[in-house]
Design a protein around this ligand. Structure first.
Ligand code: NI
Length: 166
């Protein structure tokens, strides 16, 4: 396992859509292990493969509170098949260090994906987990939280991310 470099906005690789995973190979398992290690080290509650420059449809999420046992969820070829309700959540993103933005999301989603064992599963999620699923799923389409902001906040965040570029 290895901690990988997380790409920061406006790195153009964040705009690449992920390709479907065709088989759960050892390389895929290694990538997922790296993603989990990278997410925990950051620390963050979610990470998409596209954020470490791997254009494949995989994300990982762990929303367990500090002090709780970890609860790693791996989503391969995820698809949000149902959405309900609305909420506004203050979101952060490891590709936008230091930024938090209020973003409108569905308050409930049903997501279908493959697990690391190659088996399909369905998950119904609400609140933080629903937000995390929608946020990470956006990454796999090359979509970022800045795209969901109004024009003024978009400009402010873009400026913030490009003037203190690290
Ligand atoms: Ni993100």
């Amino acid at each position: 396992m290895a901690i990988r470099t997380i790409l920061h906005y406006p790195d153009p690789r964040l705009r690449e859509a992920g390709k479907p995973v065709e088989a759960i190979t050892d390389d895929v398992k290694k990538l997922v292990a790296d993603m989990a290690e990278t997410m925990y080290a950051a620390p963050g509650v979610g990470l998409a493969a596209t954020q470490i420059g791997e254009a494949v449809r995989i994300f990982v999420i762990d929303i367990a509170d500090e002090g709780e046992p970890s609860d790693l969820k791996v989503f391969i070829n995820p698809e949000i098949v149902e959405k309900k309700g609305k909420l506004e959540w203050k979101e952060g993103c490891l590709s936008f260090p230091g930024a938090t933005e209020s973003i409108d999301r569905a308050s409930w989603v049903k997501v279908r994906a493959l697990g690391l064992d190659g088996q399909p599963f369905e998950l119904e999620a609400e609140d933080l987990l629903a937000v995390a699923v929608q946020h990470e799923n956006d990454h796999l389409d090359g979509k970022l939280m800045i795209d969901r902001l109004g024009p003024l906040r978009k400009r402010v965040l873009h400026r913030k991310m490009t003037t203190n570029a690290s």
